[in-house]
Design a protein around this ligand. Structure first.
Ligand code: PLP
Length: 380
């Protein structure tokens, strides 16, 4: 396995945490019966799933565990919530200009492009223009709002608490895609959003599992054709993955995520200061509130793929973000909203660390960037 000290793509996915992996392995061996069946082993599997739902409710500070629906991840959850909203509210759907493609595509598909209002973000910080959202709620027919908690590319933190309050004031349902927030920052408080969605593999809980929060007493069906998840998501439950995911979230919350944010954020800042002072590198969204683990940088020259390949040879795993490379494909909506032109989008790298990525790890990456810059500037 690639050394984790050189893994800088934690926003894409995370390795399963040991306690979660242990739980998943045990559960896969012993809890494989169909929870809907009527014999004792099946009843036990069902009970363990309900226990996990209660534990998850405790972690996210939720009184009513029945508001939680386990899903296959955040993409499914976001699709289901937005489809539901499109069928139950009239008027427009306001989303931030930097939503994950699964939110943006769901909005355009289920509401129709003409009904989607894109809330602009400040190009320097990536934070939404709250005043603009308020004006829109005041003067137009916005029927629902979706704003992510933390951006997957830049790490920008959105003021979801303020958006939740604003939406309450105007009596409009609010959905928050919290896939990048949960497990990196304390989950407490997110239950004040009417709807929120999360993904297990972003916090060491394994791929193909996630959850969503439904408002109390809301009639909701992510899928139909079965009684599972209290009738809210038809399909045989993935018991092992759900309980392993909850174990992972409990584990990371026990790290003390506010402390992790402070300590690891400083390490990331040391890296950014080092590369920005030595090379003509600039951070994207660096002037605003950000996740402690994320650094999106604009490289001084040469397409990002050339840097990525050279980093990969040195065993570093990084991402180019969702920008098109070599001028093909669609430009990244996030980078567009942050004011980057097409050429600049091809010079972006997204670097994201984990809970144990140290200052030394970040500085090793900085040294690799210095070497590569020299190589690219003076090819042999
Ligand atoms: N939303 C955000 C902000 C994400 O970063 C991701 C994953 O990259 C998703 C949604 C989709 O999550 P999943 O992989 O669980 O479908």
């Amino acid at each position: 396995m690639r050394e984790l000290t050189r893994y800088f793509d934690w926003n894409a996915t995370t390795p399963m945490l040991e306690p979660a992996l242990k739980m998943w392995t045990e559960a896969t061996h012993s809890l494989w019966h169909n929870p809907s069946s009527l014999y004792a082993e099946a009843g036990y599997a069902k009970q363990r799933l309900e226990d996990a739902r209660e534990d998850l409710a405790d972690v996210i500070g939720l009184d009513d565990p029945e508001r939680i629906v386990f899903t296959s991840g955040a993409t499914e959850a976001n699709n289901a919530v937005i489809r539901h909203l499109s069928q139950n509210v009239s008027g427009r759907f306001a989303i931030s200009a930097t939503e994950h493609p699964c939110v943006e595509a769901s909005a355009e598909t289920y509401f129709g492009k003409e009904r989607v209002f894109s809330i602009p973000v400040h190009p320097e910080t990536g934070v939404i223009d709250l005043g603009r959202l308020r004006d829109e709620l005041e003067t137009s027919t916005v029927g629902a709002v979706s704003v992510m908690a933390a951006n997957n590319e830049t790490g920008t933190l959105q003021p979801w608490q303020d958006v939740a309050e604003l939406c309450r004031e105007y009596g409009v349902p609010f959905h928050c895609d919290a896939a990048q927030w949960i497990g990196k920052l304390p989950a407490d408080g997110l239950s004040q959003c009417d709807w929120f969605t999360a993904s297990g593999h972003k916090f060491g809980g394994g791929r193909g599992v996630g959850f969503l929060l439904v408002p109390q007493d809301e009639e909701f069906h992510a899928s139909v054709g079965g009684p599972q998840e209290h009738g809210r998501r038809a399909g045989t439950e993935n018991v092992a993955s759900a309980i392993a995911m909850v174990e992972a979230l409990e584990t990371v919350e026990e790290y003390g995520l506010s402390n992790v944010a402070e300590l690891r954020g400083k390490a990331r800042d040391v890296f950014e200061n080092a590369v920005c002072s030595k090379l003509d590198i600039r951070t994207i969204g660096g002037n605003g509130p950000r996740l402690w683990n994320t650094s999106m940088i604009l490289l001084p020259h040469t397409r990002n793929l050339k840097w990525l390949t050279r980093l990969s040879r040195r065993k570093f795993a990084v991402s180019t973000g969702s920008a098109c490379s070599a001028g093909k494909g669609n430009p990244s909506k996030v980078m567009e909203a942050m004011g980057l032109d097409h050429e600049e989008m091809g010079r972006v790298l997204r670097l994201s660390g984990g809970w144990e990525t140290t200052e030394e790890d970040w500085l090793t990456l900085a040294d690799a960037l210095f070497e590569i810059e020299e190589e690219l500037r003076n090819p042999q």
